[in-house]
Structure formats: structure tokens, C-alpha cells
Design a protein around this ligand. Structure first.
Ligand SMILES: Cc1cc2nc3c(=O)[nH]c(=O)nc-3n(C[C@H](O)[C@H](O)[C@H](O)COP(=O)(O)OP(=O)(O)OC[C@H]3O[C@@H](n4cnc5c(N)ncnc54)[C@H](O)[C@@H]3O)c2cc1C
Length: 471
């Protein structure tokens, strides 16, 4: 067995928002931990966490209609929206505490208030009305506004109403204090801060090639991509936060908990507005209803974004088929992820989700004009010349064995941990970066149970995230 060139307490694989959040929390809980994040690219947060690769919505359930499905009796199930709204509060509280302590720069460098609006037409109007009535009962949604008044909606979102046929029923809800988050800027600021304090380091251009059990932890084989040099590092605890490559590394770990998982990548594209006059006329994130057969993360939205200090306007995402697991990954990723242990779950999930496959193929074959036609449902007067195609990040959805040979396609995230709590991985893609703090708290509770329950860690956490544990 190879001996280690270095010994650390925590190895983080990948430098996206998840690793940065975990490192921040651990740093606040135990200042003595020696932690290193290994990142294969030359920049942190250059995959899904980068601003251009995701929608930057601070998911709070204000406008995302896929979080509030209609039950068979016509009532609205708001449990997911309430859960995500509470989770996003944890993220906001931690970020605010870090800004107040001077650990993060001003909040405006990564987060802006942006009205969150849901917009529907025709037969979807009664659904939105019922949703608004149900959500307004929760204090988290106390300021949700609802209207069917065309003039009011035109005031909120002029681009959406310009050129819209007058006889069409319309409805919208608005929460003014929604947010647009630049998760790339946030991640890089978090990493800059922990990189400055003793005990943490980030190693860019280093790819973790393999990992295996060792006494008291794990051995990681790490390749420096520029020079080709390889070294082995011993870590007591490993977090696999490698985005689309997490499943591959989890399988390499050989832990039994990794068995039965498969993965299915969905690529994304936006239409990005080039016309400054059009961009300046819109100031909101407007979410509609997903097309029939579309996966939940393909809900169309017309989004104002703040990226690199500039206002931008995106529409999408358009989904597509890909075999890569990272934007800067390999075409062979999907093939390489298939083995005896997940072949049946993969096939079974494929058979059960023919509608989804058909939808993805349809999206991949869209022409430029067809994409603009879809945009016109939200922005009727849109001119094709004002918009260009922009490639978004990838989401790698999990396929999980059902224990009877079948497989289920999951759209959420899943934290997988080894029985002894020395290794954890994050699989899946949704609701994503907004809930990074809650996801990483769950991970810490599972992997460091005794310390988690200690009054020391609990009081530290509550100082940073006051609403933790509250209803
Ligand atoms: C189109 C789209 C829209 C989205 N919209 C939203 C949204 O509006 N709101 C929201 O909250 N979330 C959104 N998300 C989800 C969100 O972007 C992700 O959940 C989040 O960025 C995942 O962060 P991560 O740290 O897990 O992964 P990533 O940011 O992908 O980071 C993983 C890192 O690991 C590195 N890596 C991989 N393998 C190795 C290795 N072997 N060695 C070293 N490094 C490695 C990669 O290079 C990468 O930098 C969206 C995602 C997509 C694709």
C-alpha cells in the first residue's frame, strides 16, 4: 500500500459551493482542523456553481410552481415550498453572519433582492389562485401578492405583457424580497476567506484520481494536471463534492452504501439577451409552469441576473441530452458510470421515464426559431436578433435502486455517508446551491454525531444561524 505524502483532517474533493460551505461550517466549529480542497480546474466554482451555469435563484418557494403540486382533489401541497423556504433562511442567516463578521464582503457582491414572480395563463389561473391562498397562511409567505389584473401585471413585468393577446386570462403572484444569488462569487469569497485563515488550503489544477480506505481514514491519489506529478494524501474525513463526478468517486471508495446508484445527466442552455434596452425593462425572476413531460428543473423562467456588476437577462433553461457529467468532462462519462451493480436500475428508470427521454430529445432538436417561439410565451414581443444561445451547467440526476432490481429517477439531492462517518458524498442537483447550508448541516450531523450534539458545537451554530432548530 502506498504511504501518504501528507496527513490532513479533512479532504474536500471539488471547489464548488458545497465544499466551500462545508469548509466554512467546519472552520467555524473547529478552528484546529487541517483541511484541503482539491479542484481539477484552475478556478474555484467554475462548474455548476458559476453564475452563468445556473439560474442564480435563491430558491425560497416564492415562485417555483414545481414545489407546489396540485393534489387530485384540487388542493395544493405546499410542504416542499415551506421546507425549501426555511432551508434558504439558514443560508441567508449564515451569509449575513459572515458578512457582519467581515469574513465575507458586502452582501451585494453576491446577492441582490429581486422580485420573484409566478406567471400563468388560461387554465392554470385557478391553480395559481389556490396556491396563493394556501401559501399566504404561512408566515414565510405573508407578503405574497396575487393578481389577475392585466394592468397590475404589466406594471410588475412589462416585457411579459407587451404584445400579449387581450382576451387571454392571466394571473401572477409576487414576493418582492426574492433574491438573485451569484453562487460563483459567493463560493470564491468563502474560499478566499478560509484560504486566509490557518489550517485551510485550496489546491487548483489537482484531480483526485482514486481513493481507498486506510487506517484511521482514507488515502487519496492526487494528480497535478499541469506537471503530471502524483502524490498520495491521507485524510481522516473525505467529502466528495465533485458535482457530476461525485458518483464516480463514490463508487471508487468501494463503500457498500454506494451500490445501486446510477446517474443521468441533463444539459442546459439559456437564451441570453444582448439588447441593453430590453434588459433594463425587466426586473424580476418570472417562473411559469413546466411543459407536460418536462423534468421539474426545466420550469421556464425569464430571469434578471446580476453578474460581474452588470444586469443581465436570461430565458430558459432548455434541457438537452448529453453523456458528459461535467461541462468540462468527457463524452465517455455516462458509459463509464455503468456497471453490473446499477445496470438494472438504470434500464428500469429508462423504461419508466420514456416521456422524459422524449422531452429531452425534443429539446435537443429545437431550432433557433423554435427556441425563440418558446421565449415568446413569456416575452411576446421578443425579437430573435436580441438573443443569443448560452450554454448552462449540467445537472446529473440520481437513479436509485429500489431494492428489487428496479430503479427510480430522483430529482433531489442525496447525501451518502459511509457507516463509520469518515466519508460523505453529495449526489443530485436540486434544489441546489440555495440549500447548501442545510445540506451540509445534515452531513455534519451524520458524520460527526457526538460533536454535533455537544453544547459547544450547538451554541456556535446557533450564534451563526439563529433560526436553526426553530419551527
Ligand atoms: C442549469 C442549472 C440551473 C441551476 N439553477 C439553480 C438556481 O437557480 N438556484 C440554485 O440554488 N441552484 C441552481 N442550480 C444547482 C446548483 O448550481 C448546484 O446545486 C450547485 O452549484 C452544486 O454545487 P457543487 O459544489 O455540488 O458542484 P460544482 O459547482 O459542480 O463543483 C464541483 C467541483 O468539483 C470539481 N471536480 C470534479 N471532479 C473532481 C476531481 N476528481 N478532483 C478534483 N476536483 C473535481 C469540478 O471541477 C467542480 O469545480 C442549477 C444548476 C444548473 C445546472
Amino acid at each position: 500500500m502506498a504511504t501518504a505524502d501528507a496527513h490532513i483532517d479533512v479532504a474536500l474533493i471539488g471547489a464548488g459551493v458545497m465544499s466551500a460551505t462545508l469548509a466554512t461550517l467546519l472552520r467555524k466549529l473547529d478552528g484546529g482542523l487541517r483541511m484541503i480542497a482539491y479542484e481539477r480546474l484552475e478556478r474555484a466554482a467554475a462548474e455548476s456553481s458559476d453564475a452563468w451555469n445556473n439560474a442564480g435563484t435563491g430558491h425560497s418557494g416564492f415562485c417555483e410552481l414545481n414545489y407546489t403540486p396540485e393534489r387530485a382533489d384540487g388542493s395544493i401541497d405546499c410542504s416542499k415550498a415551506l421546507h425549501i423556504a426555511a432551508q434558504f433562511q439558514h443560508s441567508r442567516e449564515l451569509w449575513r453572519s459572515l458578512v457582519a463578521a467581515g469574513d465575507l464582503p458586502a452582501e451585494s457582491s453576491f446577492l441582490r433582492e429581486m422580485p420573484h414572480i409566478s406567471f400563468v395563463t388560461g387554465n392554470d389561473v385557478p391553480y395559481l389562485r389556490a396556491r396563493a391562498q394556501t401559501l399566504a397562511r404561512s408566515p414565510l409567505f405573508h407578503d405574497l401578492e396575487y393578481t389577475e389584473d392585466r394592468g397590475q401585471i404589466a406594471e410588475w413585468i412589462p416585457l411579459v405583457m407587451d404584445g400579449r393577446a387581450g382576451d387571454e386570462a392571466v394571473a401572477a403572484t409576487r414576493v418582492r424580497r426574492g433574491t438573485d444569488v451569484n453562487f460563483g462569487a459567493l463560493t470564491r469569497s468563502l474560499i478566499d476567506w478560509i484560504d486566509d485563515v490557518a489550517g485551510f488550503g485550496i489546491r487548483l489544477g489537482r484531480e483526485v484520481r482514486d481513493l481507498r480506505r486506510a487506517d484511521d481514514g482514507w488515502l487519496l491519489d492526487i494528480k497535478e494536471l499541469d506537471s503530471g506529478d502524483e502524490r498520495t494524501v491521507h485524510a481522516k474525513f473525505v467529502f466528495i463534492g465533485a458535482g457530476g463526478y461525485s458518483l464516480k468517486l463514490l463508487e471508487q471508495s468501494g463503500i457498500p452504501e454506494a451500490r445501486g446508484y446510477g446517474a443521468f445527466p441533463v444539459s442546459g442552455q439559456w437564451l441570453r439577451c444582448k439588447n441593453r434596452d430590453v434588459i433594463e425593462r425587466h426586473h424580476a425572476k418570472v417562473y411559469g409552469k413546466a411543459a407536460v413531460g418536462a423534468p421539474p428543473m426545466s420550469v421556464p423562467h425569464l430571469d434578471t441576473r446580476w453578474i460581474d456588476g452588470r444586469r443581465e437577462l436570461l430565458f430558459g433553461p432548455y434541457a438537452g441530452f448529453t453523456t458528459r457529467f461535467l461541462k468540462q468532462g468527457s463524452w465517455l462519462d455516462l458509459l463509464g458510470s455503468i456497471g453490473i451493480h446499477n445496470l438494472r436500475p438504470l434500464l428500469s428508470a429508462g423504461i419508466d421515464n420514456v416521456g422524459l427521454t422524449r422531452y429531452l430529445v425534443g429539446q435537443a432538436l429545437l431550432s433557433d426559431e423554435e427556441r425563440v417561439e418558446l421565449l415568446r410565451r413569456y416575452c411576446p414581443s421578443a425579437r430573435g436578433d436580441d438573443w443569443e444561445l448560452q450554454i448552462a451547467g449540467l445537472r446529473v440526476q440520481i437513479i436509485k435502486s429500489d431494492g428489487h432490481g428496479g430503479g427510480e429517477l430522483k430529482f433531489g439531492t442525496e447525501v451518502v455517508t459511509s457507516a463509520d462517518g469518515t466519508l460523505a458524498a453529495l449526489l443530485g442537483a436540486s434544489p441546489g446551491a440555495s440549500t447548501a447550508v442545510s445540506i451540509m448541516l445534515e452531513l455534519i450531523a451524520r458524520c460527526f454525531p457526538e460533536k454535533w450534539r455537544s453544547s459547544d458545537w450547538q451554541s456556535r451554530l446557533r450564534a451563526w444561524i439563529p433560526s436553526l432548530g426553530a419551527s
